[in-house]
Design a protein around this ligand. Sequence first.
Ligand code: SF4
Length: 324
Amino acid sequence: MTAPVLETRDVSCTFQIGAGLFKAKRPLHAVNGVSLKLMKGDVLGLVGESGCGKSTLAKMLLGLQAPTGGDIRFDGAPIMGLDRRAIARRVQPIFQDPYSSLNPRKTVGSIISLPLRVHRVGEPDEWRDRVEAMMDLVGLARRFTDSYPNQLSGGQRQRVAIARALIMKPDVVICDEPTSALDVSVQSQILNLLQDLRQELGLTYLLISHNLAVVEHMATRVAVMYLGRIVEENDTDSLFQTPRHPYTQALLASVLTPEPGLGVPDAQLGIAFPNPIDPPAGCTFHPRCAQALAQCSRVAPMPIADGNGFTECHLYNPAKDVAA
Ligand code: SF4
């Protein structure tokens, strides 16, 4: 069986947070034992509320943040010991905001060719050809080569960011809210472009998004993250048609508004997102869970396999009544 192109095994990232003068620091488990596999050509959607650990996980995959536990592997080989440049050849990001991720003082050609110069790929007299070929691929007219970011529209800037991410021919692209800063009218163009590029170049995506409609449209698999853990993972159809974890059910219910114009209804999660420095005992979702069992406040659930994925919830543990 082929190894996943990118895999995390029980990966954790814990920060020590100051609690005040004369008080000991306290651990914040931003990512807490996450195991994920990205198979070649997959689009793995990663969803969850702000502060759940998605961005910290993405930083670890990009080599920008060292894990405090577990293992990250490319093609089955640990990345431990690889330097930042070696990781950047394999995995590249596309960020949410093309306005702030592009240097306003550099031309489009200079921005797109930057990775070639940093990694000393090819000869300088080839770079312009490679930049123009990449601009063709992402649908950006060559006349913009000597333009500056402030002379482009939001959609054109995001095409520049995509070209810069792809010019090194990475295996994996981390798309962090790639369309949420764009006008609605250009969002679908950029999503379709990402889909076309994935097929044409054989790319694998980790798609981080708050927009569940985008995830449903793009992803082949979906992982739901809550307080640093993946609480449910499955293929996209199964997860959207029969969400199993109560948190996934609440997330989906929050966007399934029957009447256009009514806005996003309340997710029915009761209290607010808990403080990650002081997470609830047992299942960390239990204070917000409408289906909590007696043991949920005491015993942390284990992942329960389910067809193509798993759910981390006592409701699906055949021994749940015994443990109560
Ligand atoms: Fe709810 Fe218990 Fe499942 Fe947690 S383990 S999601 S509290 S039912």
